[in-house]
Design a protein around this ligand. Structure first.
Ligand code: GLC
Length: 520
């Protein structure tokens, strides 16, 4: 509850848990998570104390990008269940008071989507091709791609088809980009929105929200490699002004439904202001803020992240969002150095993040203190790795451990689709549940305590260069990112991320919440 805005919509200060469906919970023996598995584990999420879940794409898909290549936007991938299993999950979540956000992938379809198959069959100049970005090539016999854009997953962003034309794919070649100037595309997505809204979902996470419109003429760029990130100024493939028309229309669609349905943008733009533009009052509800996820373990960086994020959200009257991990990045305990230190820092950062106003997005397994897994190269499946663009993202996507002492750790009965490491026995939900010092118990305590926090006002407090400290209402949050113990200010310690030092000090890599007199 947000006392500053008693009628505020639920999402403004919600904690939302990301379910990477393929790896969350397998109800069977095929090694893939599924909707019945999720339904059976909803109790874990309610016990944990989150408000909502976001489920990564569970639609029919050849799974070249593990669901972010959608072949049918209005059905369920058989590996994950069916529409009835979805409805059962949704009802179960709502009964436990959990909201459900589904992932929408509007920038591209799968190459197995019937539209793309029809486009291939129909040939150049056809209305079927006009739903995508087909172009003739350059050079002799059109053998060169139409422009010099590169794919985010490596190599040219164009693929040639047998009749000689090329199609644009900003991601994998199995993910052709849609042409959002085509009204048929817009109309079909509206149907998809309504399909899931009518079933009762509470919102959408919008994938690659900044990609839908491309600059007219698809002009070359001067240094193609720089433009794959989405954060280059004046990029012709990202963050075009016209993309906002799409979200203004969707805003109207959602506004026609009861219950504060919401949208959160995954939008990488050149400036923070450009990212926040996706969360203007007549567009989406929120935009992901990745500043913390990109920051080093540094009090100075964390202070900047906090003040910048609060200021940015306020400019559009949205609420800030906070993320430390998701299915695209190295898990944060590993980023912070790994092992005992990495976990201690991860817990401390979590405590600071969860004290801030706005919504926090947690990623499955972080409540267990999981680290990035070193998946053997022969078993990696991420297109980013397969296309030669670095180590890939499989290491944060390994199926999570529920119980038992060996793989599959209670996550179904078959071989998990990515190998789980030895040594996870102490990290299972079962092993951590009753253990007061476990990371799981820690998350539950922090999430419960968060409910008592109130007000949107945050005031940074100067406790030295190596300390992030801020007040929110009657709570002072202190995080020690330095190498020395720091004295704790006066005030009852409400929570600490680890054991405190003697004589009222806060050890390195620790955070604490203290009760202080409210600002008058
Ligand atoms: C988003 C998703 C990522 C996916 C990409 C293409 O960035 O988070 O997992 O690969 O979009 O859809």
């Amino acid at each position: 509850m947000n006392d500053a805005r008693p009628d505020a919509p639920w999402w403004r200060d919600a904690v939302c848990y990301e379910v990477y469906i393929r790896s969350f919970a397998d109800a069977g023996s095929d090694g893939y998570g599924d909707l019945p598995g999720l339904t059976s584990r909803l109790g874990h999420l309610a016990d944990l104390g989150v408000d909502a879940l976001w489920i990564t794409p569970f639609y029919p898909s050849p799974q070249h990008d593990h669901g972010y290549d959608v072949a049918d936007y209005r059905d369920v991938e058989p590996t994950y269940g069916d529409l009835e299993a979805f409805d059962t999950m949704l009802t179960g979540a709502h009964e436990l008071g959990l909201k459900v956000i589904v992932d929408l992938v509007p920038n591209h379809t799968s190459s197995e989507h019937p539209w793309f198959q029809a486009a291939l069959a129909a040939g150049p100049g056809s209305p079927e091709r006009a739903r995508y970005l087909f172009r003739d090539g350059k050079g002799r016999a059109g053998r060169e791609p139409p422009n010099n854009w590169l794919s985010v997953f490596g190599g040219p962003a164009w693929e040639r088809v047998p009749d000689g034309q090329w199609y644009l794919h900003l991601f994998d070649s199995s993910q052709p980009d849609l042409d959002w100037t085509n009204p048929e595309v817009a109309a079909d997505f509206e149907t998809t929105l309504r399909f899931w809204l009518d079933r009762g979902v509470d919102g959408f996470r919008v994938d690659v929200a900044h990609g839908l419109r491309k600059a007219a003429g698809l002009p070359d760029v001067d240094d193609p490699q720089k433009f794959v990130s989405g954060t280059m100024p004046r990029a012709p493939m990202w963050d075009q002004p016209e993309v906002h028309e799409v979200y203004r229309r969707w805003h109207e669609v959602l506004a026609g439904y009861d219950g504060d349905r919401m949208m959160v943008a995954e939008a990488w733009a050149a400036t923070p202001a450009a990212t926040m533009a996706y969360a203007r009052p007549d567009e989406m509800s929120q935009a992901f803020n990745f500043h913390w996820l990109e920051a080093e373990w540094s009090a100075r960086e964390f202070r900047d992240v906090v003040s910048l994020s609060l200021t940015e959200a306020a400019t559009v009257d949205s609420s800030p969002t906070w993320v430390l991990s998701n299915h695209d990045v190295v898990r944060h305990p590993t980023r912070y150095g790994g092992g005992k230190v990495g976990l201690a820092r991860g817990r401390a950062a979590t405590m600071a993040m969860l004290a801030l106003p706005g919504s926090a997005y947690l990623y499955q397994g972080e409540e267990l203190g999981l680290e990035q897994v070193e998946v053997p190269e022969t078993q990696r499946q991420d297109p980013e790795f397969l296309n030669g663009r670095g180590p890939g993202r499989d290491g944060c996507r390994v199926p999570i451990p529920w119980s038992g002492t060996a793989a599959p750790y209670g996550n179904g009965t078959g071989d998990p689709w990515l190998p789980q490491p030895d040594g996870w026995a102490a990290l299972t939900v079962e092993a951590q549940r009753a253990e007061p010092d476990s990371t799981l118990s820690f998350y539950r305590r922090v999430l419960a305590a968060r409910r008592a926090l109130a007000g949107d006002a945050v005031e940074l407090v100067d406790l030295g260069e190596d300390v992030l400290a801020f007040r929110r209402g009657a709570v002072l949050v202190v995080l020690n990112a330095g190498e020395e113990h720091v004295p704790l200010p006066d005030g009852e310690v409400l929570l600490a991320s680890d054991g405190l030092g003697g004589e009222g000090t806060l050890p390195p890599d620790c955070a604490a919440w203290l009760a202080v007199a409210p600002v008058s």
